[in-house]
Write a protein that binds this ligand. Structure first.
Ligand code: HEA
Ligand code: HEM
Ligand SMILES: [Cu+2]
Length: 655
């Protein structure tokens, strides 16, 4: 009896490693503590009404933000574990198999469950406010997207406790990810976690495309739209074209695994190369999906803190749109070594390098905006300035990788690892952090402490170079990616230990940020004006945090930098035009997005463990939720004028 319980436990729960035991116990204790606090303070009703059922883009944005910061922590712990293992040769801190799992979960979590939601946090928090809208085009769908992301992320993360983590790399190439080589549930967790959240991402792309095209305030022609919103448009278009490829690719892999098909096997007509092509047709655009909104953030920040209009607005827009088209024609640079032949490789080498041109245009525009500006060194600006050299070096090493014959040397080495961390951390992470600092007062009504922010900034920055610069050299010295240890005789030890110290410094930077947030909640400067940075775009024209309906009166836009123009007019004594208040049309909250996503989770969990009955129950639940929604007619309401007046008065505004 005892034996069979033990056997069941060892197949179901991940056991055998004290590190994992420790983590399991702490996860269980934290969950219990959260449940206890919610029950003790009777907060369940509040949680349900205010958060789990909300369709308000601002709250959804905040939930994305919290989730992404937690995932940054999880991915960061993974990174530190790997760096601890690699610091010295011959260490057996992580076993080989455990190392495989950790680089897989680190890469997957950082891209899908940290960077994507942090990007969606900014989309949600900023775009409607910046274009003068009262919500996104499809608020209900927006909540569905969020909960799909959340359930996908949770499904992926529990693999760590139940069943075992995936271990075939962040893109899960076959044949390693096929049943024949990987029979456990780990790869299924990967497939379903990403599949569920990926559908959410696609819906977000559609939502923001329509929001930007249809919901701009009167007078905001596309060529007067702020650059962050342009970047979201560009990224959304890429999402709409790229994500379906991911969905199909993972579905085919699952069919291989579940039904024994042979799309990607080595035998019986299958072809693993097909998978590699498909996954990169999504994967390469994905990195630009992530970085373009970061470019948008930098454009807003550079203009605000240089007290100038952005230099070369039109070229900024065109370069962004050109990058989003070109990003679909470079995917083969990820497998130059797979033998496609010289002509194919030459085409993709040239198309890859060509992306450097529009990117360079943007870099020079930011520099020209700063040139002779009255620059204020606030934290958002610091991250922006640090981004420039970091991204230029990372971009330049990208161009080196794009030289197909040379890539035979660099491919899958630490040179590659250093390249992509440099563009991703220097571009994406620095960009989103800059955006979070910049829009924080708008989200929460208080600023983050500058002093602690500067400590965090320097730790991250110095840590970054200490960690990743040695890796370029290690790549040349022959160190390949995904090795869990190496010998003393190779001479890699000194650079690896330096690199690990750098990772630790970044970890300290993150701790400073946590400290900064908790300190500022109490002591942060309250933002009474709604415009703490003396900024240029519409989101700063309303109080912080924005009221439920955002704009009591929808603004009229006269040009680029609409809020700046309004401020100039007010300075010149022009009275803002008084418009009549009208009742405001708003969407009602709904529990369906949450419940439906829970059913997706159940379905994903069932299919992961090949419990078909459970998978089917989950899918039926999803169907029932859709059915219920189609009979819901009472989905909206009006906020009466009186209430709008009262709210505005309480925020110190006269309307
Ligand atoms: C945000 C993420 C991001 C960004 C922006 C980029 C940007 C670029 N990447 Fe990178 N890349 C990744 C993320 C990213 N990459 C990831 C995650 C991988 C590996 C995944 C894996 O295998 O697991 C990868 C891998 C990768 C490879 C595969 C290598 C291999 O596997 O062997 C190649 C090869 O061509 C490449 C090239 C480039 C190029 C040319 C750019 C260009 O866009 C860079 C453009 C920028 C500049 C050039 C600098 C600024 C320009 C100027 C100052 C103007 C003057 C310069 C010129 C005209 C040249 N990248
Ligand atoms: C914060 C500092 C970070 C450190 C110290 C770090 C460290 C590492 C290490 C040691 C590896 C494994 C190398 C190997 O053995 O092949 C790795 C891989 C990877 N990292 Fe990071 N990383 C960091 C941040 C990030 C971020 C922010 C992202 C993305 C947004 C990211 C994405 C990836 C990806 C995609 C891989 C490849 C995984 C794979 O090979 O399957 N990393 N990182
Ligand atoms: Cu690429």
């Amino acid at each position: 009896m005892l034996e069979s319980i033990k056997e069941f436990a060892s197949t179901f729960f991940v056991t055998g490693d004290p590190l994992i035991y420790g983590a399991d116990v702490s996860i269980a204790l934290t969950s219990l503590a959260i449940l206890f606090v919610l029950t003790y303070y009777k907060k369940w009703g509040w949680l349900w009404r205010e958060w789990l059922t909300t369709v308000d883009h601002k709250k959804i944005g905040i939930m994305y933000l919290i989730a992404s910061l937690l995932m940054l922590f999880r991915g960061g712990v993974d990174a530190l574990l790997m760096r601890a293992q690699l610091a010295l040769p011959g260490v057996e801190f992580l076993h080989a198999e455990h190392y495989n799992e950790i680089f897989t979960t680190h890469g997957t979590i950082m891209i899908f469950f940290m960077a994507m939601p942090m990007m969606f946090a900014l989309f949600n928090i900023v775009v409607p406010l910046q274009i003068g809208a009262r919500d996104v085009a499809y608020p209900f769908l927006n909540a569905v997207s969020f909960w799909l992301f959340m359930m996908g992320a949770m499904l992926f993360n529990i693999s760590f406790v139940i069943g075992g983590s995936p271990n075939a790399g962040w893109l899960s190439y076959p044949p390693l990810s096929e049943m024949s080589h990987n029979p456990g549930p780990g790869q299924n967790f990967y497939i379903w976690g990403i599949q569920i959240s990926g559908i959410g991402s696609l819906a977000t792309g559609i939502n923001f495309l329509v929001t930007i095209l249809k919901m701009r305030a009167p007078g905001m022609k596309l060529m007067k739209m702020p650059l962050f919103s342009w970047s979201v448009l560009s990224s959304s278009i890429m999402i709409i074209f790229a994500f379906p490829i991911l969905t199909v690719t993972l579905a085919l892999l699952f069919i291989d695994r579940y039904f024994g098909a042979h799309f990607f096997t080595m035998t019986q007509g299958g072809n693993p190369m097909m998978y590699v092509n498909l996954i990169w047709m999504w994967g390469h655009p994905e990195v630009y999906i992530l970085v373009i909104p970061a470019f948008g953030v930098f454009s807003e920040i550079v203009a605000t803190f240089s007290k100038k209009r952005i230099f070369g607005y039109k070229s900024m827009v065109f370069s962004m749109m050109i990058i989003s088209v070109m990003s679909f024609f470079t995917w083969v640079h990820h497998f130059f070594t797979m033998g496609a032949g010289a002509d194919v490789n030459a085409f993709f080498a040239v198309s890859t390098m060509a992306i450097g041109i529009p990117t360079g245009v943007k870099i020079f525009n930011w520099l020209f905006t700063m040139f002779r500006g009255r620059i204020q060194m606030k934290t958002p600006m610091l991250w922006t300035i640090a981004f420039v050299p970091c991204f230029v070096i990372g971009g330049a090493t990208g161009v080196m990788l794009a030289v197909a014959p040379a890539d035979y040397q660099y491919h899958n080495s630490y040179f590659l690892i250093a390249h992509f961390h440099q563009v991703i951390i220097g571009g994406v992470v620095f960009g989103y952090l800059a955006g979070i600092y910049y829009w924080w007062p708008k989200m929460f009504g208080f600023s983050l402490n500058e002093k602690l922010g500067k400590w965090a900034f320097w730790f991250w920055n110095i840590g970054f170079y200490v960690c990743f610069m040695p890796q370029y050299a290690l790549g040349f010295m022959g160190m390949t990616r995904r090795v869990y240890t190496y010998g003393w005789d190779l001479g890699w030890a000194p650079l690896n230990i330096i690199s690990s110290i750098g990772a630790l410094l970044m970890g300290i930077g993150f701790i400073f940020q946590v400290w900064q947030i908790s300190y500022s909640i109490k002591h942060g400067e309250r933002d009474k004006t709604g415009d703490p940075w003396n900024a240029r775009t519409l989101e700063w024209s309303i109080p912080s945090p924005a009221p439920l309906y955002n704009f009591a009166i929808v603004p009229e836009v006269k040009g680029q930098d609409a809020w700046w123009i309004m401020k100039e007019e007010m300075k010149n004594g022009e009275e803002p035009k008084k418009a009549e208040l009208e009742p405001i049309h708003m969407p009602k909250n709904s529990g369906i997005p949450f419940i439906m996503s829970v059913f997706w989770f159940i379905a994903g969990f069932g299919f992961t463990f090949t419990w078909t009955w459970m998978g089917v129950v989950g899918l039926i639940g999803v169907g029932l939720c859709l059915f219920a929604r189609s009979f819901q007619y009472d989905t909206d309401y009006y906020i009466p004028v009186d209430e709008v007046k009262r709210t505005e008065a309480s925020l110190g505004r006269v309307v």
